[in-house]
Design a protein. Sequence first.
Length: 380
Amino acid sequence: MELKDLREQMDGVDKELLALFTRRMELSGEIAGYKRQHDLPVLDAARERQKLQDVAGQLPEAMQEYGTNLYSLLFELSRSYQNRCLNKTSPLTQEIARAIAETEPLFPPSAMVACQGVEGAYSQLACEKLFRRPNVLYFSNFEAVFAAIDKGLCRYGVIPLENSTAGSVNMVYDLMMRHNFRIVRSVRLKVDHNLLAKPGVALEDIQEVYSHEQAISQCSAFFQAHPQIRVVRCANTAEAAQLVAQSDRRDIAALSSRSCAELYGLNCLLSACQDQKNNYTRFICIGKNLEIYPGADRTSLMVVLPHRPGSLYKLLSRFYALGINLNKLESRPLPDRDFEFMFYFDLDTSVYSPQFMELMGELDDVCESFAYLGSYSEVV
């Protein structure tokens, strides 16, 4: 038989499948109406388990895995459609709707903002891209930034989340698991690490370089080319520049921003020392209250899934069924569980889309627990 003939047969089967799929979804809608009348939950886990066993029993052994995977996806689609028919709401969807209605139409031009580091830190530069007139308070570490928001000392905090070359800031993810906060905006900042030293100091004089560990990792080629230079890690790149400026030594330098050169009276010995010239860090602006400003087209979630096969697949299939794209998926180990993980998602979807609200109303069905971190737009 020719390939053309086989494809024509498959097209005929697909036509039958589509008609049966449509009828199956119609029946799902009728079942949703029954569940509404009798106050029954959409998810019937026992029924789904039994159905998967029945499906496997009706298939040849070679087809059992494929068939059960197909029906698992069908169950996800059916539940999603039932929720849509029921116009299901939840405390979270109601909270989101309130935030959309009550948030001011314009992002505030000025606010009290917590940043880690000292004057000239990249967090400050990110802060100045987000706010026209920020009032910045500096703290020694990320934990203190979160505490400043928790205690009401600052309305917002600006912290780095990930870098295009060095990856995620793991400490921030760990803090996100422990603190209750919301993301209200994010910003991408081009990061250039410059070698700064006191006036009159030459490159060949340098014996030690101070900087943050991520900046150091992003400039590995520079250190490979200068193996005689010793690395000294600091809490912040701006703090490194401040230390060099305040020191009496003339054999040290800092990897820091160019703005720190002017701020601390240092000379730039080498500019853009990082390995990748296209080097960006993404910062998030966090607050204690849920604020959703117009144009929000990104949503962040932290999710804990049941520790059993297929849990992540079921959640991803729900995104797929609703046509929601992922910008980011990151996992972090749960500190109090062995080999179990929290998943961080960035969803590419408008907060105003019906699919977004539908997903927010369905997360309880597929997650052991989850935290909605906020919906926001990103400044570039």
